[in-house]
Design a protein around this ligand. Sequence first.
Ligand SMILES: [Zn+2]
Ligand SMILES: [Zn+2]
Ligand SMILES: [Zn+2]
Length: 322
Amino acid sequence: MSAQGIQPWPYSIINTVDDVQFPVATVKFVRRAIGGRGVDLSMPEGLLAGCNCSSDAQCSDCDHHEKDQERDGNGDASSTATPSSQASQTALDDDDGDDAGSHCTCTHRYGAVCDPTGRLLQPEWSRRPLLECGPNCACPMSCGNRYVQRNCHGARSLAIYRRAPLGWAVRTLVAIKAFSFVCEYAGLIVRERDARKIDRERGDNMNFLLILKERRSDSSALKTHVDASTCGNVSRFFNHSCAPNLDLRAVRTGSIVPRLAFFAQRDIVAGEDLAFSYGDCAPPADGDTTPRLKCNCGAENCGGFLPFDANAFPDEGSTQVQ
Ligand SMILES: [Zn+2]
Ligand SMILES: [Zn+2]
Ligand SMILES: [Zn+2]
């Protein structure tokens, strides 16, 4: 298939298996997630006011990592199952005021998110809040702590291709190093009530609603809903795998609403499909007759069915969560 007429999608689009056209007419390309009706993307006053750094380098200073890790005890935040991650209101109360000195107030406590090549710094701290500089910061867009927001739609070296029997899939044309940022899950950020409606009304159509749950310290969950049915970027075509090579993390870039960021879980070789886990892959329990979609991921540990989250909308029956 020629790439003509699909200019807004800045990736290679390949179809050598059938006549299905890439849905350029019905799905709008957006670089990043955008706020839907009633979604407040501002940061509550008093939380993460922003730094006064004047140079790019100042924000990249993460000397405080080691020290804070010691001070906080073992430094290991409890790890949770994909796709949830831990970030609490308390944890976001960023600065404890000790010796911020000339250091960047954004990176003072948790360090910069990525190194200059886009790899997660200290990935073993894997469930720490990830905070980039935002609109309230004095630093320029080239700041070392703005990698995710600068590269949110992913690289041109990602190809969307037609793959039977999965439909569209995504593969990388170049090798990706472990823990590298790949792209954000782009789409419309919707309120929970709108997410329920979207889910109810989609019928048998594919599900492009991604729900990320972050556990808070009081065991409640902060949920972010991004719907890519009518707009998105390359991530809209990532399939599920029971042995995924992508991990989903919440990264905040100046809003309490996080960006849903994909990072490589391991080294990925050129030509490999990119996939993440849509949720718990366990096969249905005995006696569970909920209809489930078949999983075609081909992984050795494949449970045979796509994940199904009965608790996505707890008081409204169940839904398949992508
Ligand atoms: Zn700074
Ligand atoms: Zn900065
Ligand atoms: Zn900053």
